[in-house]
Design a protein around this ligand. Structure first.
Ligand code: ADP
Ligand code: ZN
Length: 429
C-alpha cells in the first residue's frame, strides 16, 4: 500500500523535527548561491519551523534576475540537468538539478504513482510533453523506477495514442485534463466504447492545469477508471509535489521535501488553518538549487484532519485559481506580457489589445484582438492579411500555441477605467 511506509506515515512530531533539520541545512546551502547571499540570507537564524516566516520570499522574477546561474549553490560540475519555462523572447526561468536531486525527485514521483495503485505489472503511457517541460520526464522516471512498462508517447497524435493503448494494454495514462476529454470525444465520434476497447485501463493521472471535480468525474465515467489529481511546478522540480491518494479528498503534499505555507497574497501574512490563500513552498531536500518561500501564486487551502489512508503529510485542496495573471492553455503557461511584447515589436499594430479565452469543444482557444495602427488602410485586404499572418506567426513562436488573431479598427477595443483588463476568460473550469 505504501512505497515507503516510514516516510509516508512518519509521526507529525518526527516529520517536524526532520523538516526543521532540513530547513536549517537548506538555508546554509542556499547562502552559497550569489542570489541568496546578496539577499542577506546568512543573517537569519532558524530555531523552530515558524521562523521560516522571517525569511524573504522568492518570486519567478527573482529566478529571471538570477539567470543564468545566480541561484545555483553547487559547483556546475555537480549539475546534471536543467529544466526551463517556455517562451523565446523573455528571460527564461531555469531550474538545475544534481544527480541526487534527480534521484530524490524520482523517488517522490514513484511514491505518488505507487500511492495511486500502480505496480510493476502496469503499463504507463505518458501523454505529456517531454523536453524542457517537467511533466514528461518527471513522471517517466517515476514510472520506470516503479518497474512499469513506460511508453513515452508524449502529447498529440490521438490515433496513435489510441492504437498504443489497445495494443500494449495500457493500464495508466498521464494526460492534461483537456486532452483526456479530447480522447473521449474522439472515441465517441468513432462509436468506440472505451470499456471494451481498453479493458485493462484503470488509472489516469491528470496534471499540469487546473480542472474541476466535474472534469474528473467525466474522465472517470467515460473510461471506467479512476483519475487522480497531480500537482507540481517546475520551480519545485515539477510533478510529484502533491498528489491524491485513493481517498481522493485532497492531494498529499510531500512535507519531507517541501515546507508549505498558506498566506494572504497581498500581505504575505499567514492565514488561519483551512483558509484559502496563496501557497508558498520551500524546498527541503534540494541540493543544486534550493528555493526559499517560493511564491507559487497558486490559490488553495490545507485540508483539515487526518487522512484515512494513514499518510501523515498534509493535504491541499484542488487549486482554484492564481493570484497573478498567468493563463494556462493546453497545459502551457502564458503571461499577457509575453503577448504584449510581441505586439509592441510589430509595425502596424495599434494601441490596444485584448485576449479572449474560449472553449472549442474541449480544447482551449485563444483569440487575440488587436487594434491596427491608424496608418494602416483597413480597407486593403492584402495589407491586413499580411499583418494578421505576421502577428499569428510571431505569437505562435513565442507561446508555442497558435492563437486566432482578430484585427480591429483603431479605438474599437473598450478601454477599462482602472487597471487594464487584458484577459477575458470565458472557459468553464
Ligand atoms: P508544468 O510543466 O507541469 O505545467 P509549470 O511549472 O510549467 O509545470 O506550471 C506549474 C503550474 O501549473 C502550477 O503553478 C499551477 O498553476 C499549474 N498546475 C500544475 N498542476 C496543476 C493541477 N493539478 N491543478 C491545477 N493547476 C496545476
Ligand atoms: Zn490519504
Amino acid at each position: 500500500m505504501y512505497w515507503n511506509i516510514n516516510d509516508e506515515c512518519i509521526s507529525r512530531q518526527e516529520l517536524e523535527e526532520l523538516q526543521l533539520g532540513r530547513l536549517k541545512e537548506t538555508l546554509a546551502r542556499a547562502c552559497r548561491a550569489p542570489f541568496y547571499r546578496e539577499r542577506g540570507l546568512g543573517d537569519y537564524t532558524i530555531r523552530d519551523l515558524s521562523d521560516v516566516r522571517k525569511l524573504p520570499v522568492t518570486t519567478k522574477q527573482d529566478l529571471r534576475d538570477a539567470y543564468p546561474y545566480g541561484m545555483v549553490c553547487t559547483s556546475l560540475d555537480e549539475v546534471v540537468r536543467l529544466h526551463s519555462s517556455s517562451g523565446t523572447t523573455g528571460i527564461p526561468t531555469v531550474v538545475y538539478h544534481s544527480a541526487r536531486d534527480l534521484h530524490n525527485w524520482t523517488e517522490l514521483v514513484t511514491r505518488c504513482l505507487y500511492m495511486m495503485g500502480l505496480r510493476r505489472h502496469d503499463v504507463f503511457q505518458n501523454m505529456i510533453g517531454y523536453g524542457l517541460f517537467t511533466g514528461g520526464l518527471g513522471l517517466h522516471y517515476g514510472a520506470e523506477r516503479l518497474g512499469c512498462l513506460t511508453i513515452p508517447t508524449g502529447p498529440g497524435n490521438t490515433k496513435r495514442q489510441l492504437k498504443f493503448m489497445k495494443e500494449f494494454k495500457t493500464t495508466a495514462i498521464h494526460v492534461i485534463p483537456s486532452y483526456a476529454l479530447h480522447l473521449a470525444d474522439t472515441l465517441e465520434a468513432e462509436g468506440i466504447d472505451p470499456r471494451r476497447e481498453f479493458p485493462d485501463l484503470s488509472f489516469a493521472v491528470l496534471g499540469a492545469e487546473p480542472h474541476s471535480e466535474e472534469t474528473r468525474r467525466k474522465v472517470q465515467d467515460f473510461f471506467g477508471i479512476r483519475a487522480f489529481n497531480s500537482y507540481g511546478l517546475s520551480e519545485m522540480n515539477g510533478p510529484g509535489v502533491a498528489f491524491e491518494c485513493p481517498e481522493m479528498k485532497g492531494m498529499h503534499i510531500w512535507e519531507d521535501a517541501y515546507l508549505v505555507e498558506i498566506v494572504d497574497p497581498d500581505t504575505l501574512e499567514p492565514l488561519p488553518p483551512g483558509s484559502k490563500g496563496e501557497m508558498l513552498l520551500t524546498t527541503l531536500s534540494r541540493e543544486a538549487m534550493p528555493i526559499i518561500r517560493y511564491r507559487t501564486k497558486d490559490l488553495t487551502s490545507l485540508v483539515p484532519g487526518e487522512c484515512a489512508c494513514g499518510r501523515t503529510h498534509v493535504r491541499i485542496a484542488r487549486i482554484t485559481g492564481r493570484s497573478d495573471d498567468m493563463m494556462i492553455l493546453k497545459g502551457v503557461n502564458i503571461f499577457p506580457i509575453q503577448i504584449e511584447s510581441v505586439l509592441n515589436n510589430i509595425p502596424g499594430v495599434g494601441r490596444n489589445y485584448r485576449i479572449i479565452l474560449e472553449q472549442k469543444g474541449h480544447n482551449d482557444h485563444m483569440i487575440v484582438q488587436v487594434e491596427v495602427d491608424p496608418s494602416i488602410n483597413v480597407d486593403t485586404y492584402k495589407s491586413l492579411e499580411r499583418l494578421r499572418s505576421r502577428i499569428t506567426r510571431e505569437l505562435r513562436d513565442e507561446l508555442l500555441i497558435t492563437p486566432e488573431v482578430d484585427l480591429r479598427e483603431p479605438g474599437s477595443i473598450p478601454v477599462a477605467e482602472g487597471k487594464a483588463v487584458r484577459v477575458i476568460d470565458n472557459r468553464k473550469l
